[in-house]
Design a protein around this ligand. Sequence first.
Ligand SMILES: *[C@@H]1O[C@H](CO)[C@@H](O)[C@H](O)[C@H]1NC(C)=O
Length: 432
Amino acid sequence: MMWSSGRAAPPALIVTLMLSFGALIVRSDVAKTESRVCLAGVANYTLNTAIGLCSQAVLQTLRVGASGTVGYVTTATTPQTTVLNLLPTFCDRRVAYPYLQPYLAVVGAGTDTTVANMLASATIRANFINALVAFVKSYPNCVGIFIDFSGLTVSQAAGYSNFMAQLFTAAGAASLSLATSLPWDSLRFSDIYYNPTLPNLPFNVLRTYDDMYDTLTSTVHPNSPLFAMNAPFNDMSKTIYQNLFRWVIKGFSPGNIILGIPMYARSYTVSMAAQFGSSGTMRTTLATYCQALLFSTRNGVQVTTAGESISSSNTLAYVFNTFAGVDAKLNFAKSNNLGGVALFSLSTSGGQNAELLRYVTSVLAPTPPTGYSYPVATTPTCGVTITFPTTVPLTTTAQPTTTVAGGTTTAAVTTTLAGATTAAGGATTAAG
Ligand SMILES: *[C@@H]1O[C@H](CO)[C@@H](O)[C@H](O)[C@H]1NC(C)=O
């Protein structure tokens, strides 16, 4: 089988790279940067139209269960029965949008006992792979499996490599696709995660939608800057460009990597208009992209650099990827021939129209797949007129809620960034 041959030895790899760089110069059929991979939490997607702007959508819904069984991402308000009732509403969006490729994701962390046991034991691994492939196969409108493990350790690298190789074979035999996420921190993780199966997958999502500076909870900080900024954000290892290239050097072709982009906002309580580096109290709950857009229509956008923007009043600041900010990230993805971008997430978009996804689609893939048209927007509710695929006038001026500390809850969903714990808070309606 073609995927069972090992990676080329380093000298051969260099030659291969040089040949393919040479080929890039003369070929005009280089893969285009046009994928929009949409991460999504458990919700009812029956009426969701924004998902029709995605090329692939990934529902973060499964876990590794005990003894190699399939488990589920549940919350107090979304027990297993609800998850199982809602799951088909996601896969079945492929009926309305036949070009959409829905995947079911297995989320987890190296510290989860079930994940650790599965990676360490050949028997449990085989059981899990059988159960997972059979489970996903039972949703014929979903096309594949997405593995989204965070925080694997050096001692789990060999188990992960075996798991991916065996799952790739089993999924292929069942005509299912397989894709993964890669941690953004390649300095720490590339030797652990990289294995010969990954470059053969249709795509690998680089989790650069995670907040690289999330430990700085008292400082207004960028989420995922393209390049180093002024101190204290001058850490080269916390930049998109350095992390991307370390993964490429490991052995990925750029077209195999999808650049993660946050489709959420960080909100901070501040005591004066904020700059990057200002004091501010970060809310751990993510604000929606729509909240930041609404706020910025009243308060303006004061800073855009390295793909990251601030909209601030004297009491509240939002850090998010404005359209102007995201332009820099899209330029980076296109000029490096990446496969596309991944948006985290439909659940934190905050509006039915998913404004950022819509904007990104208008830039990367303005022409819909042959024979189809993109879903039109409904009345905009996030303060900006929508121009794609057609203009939709702004008919209401929504008033943003500007209180963060004073008791008013501004976030519509409860979502955390750790791969293992992502779940839509409301869980019964899709925010995106
Ligand atoms: C999902 O939403 C649709 C439309 O509102 C509704 O008919 C359906 O019963 C819902 N499904 C679930 C499982 O809640």
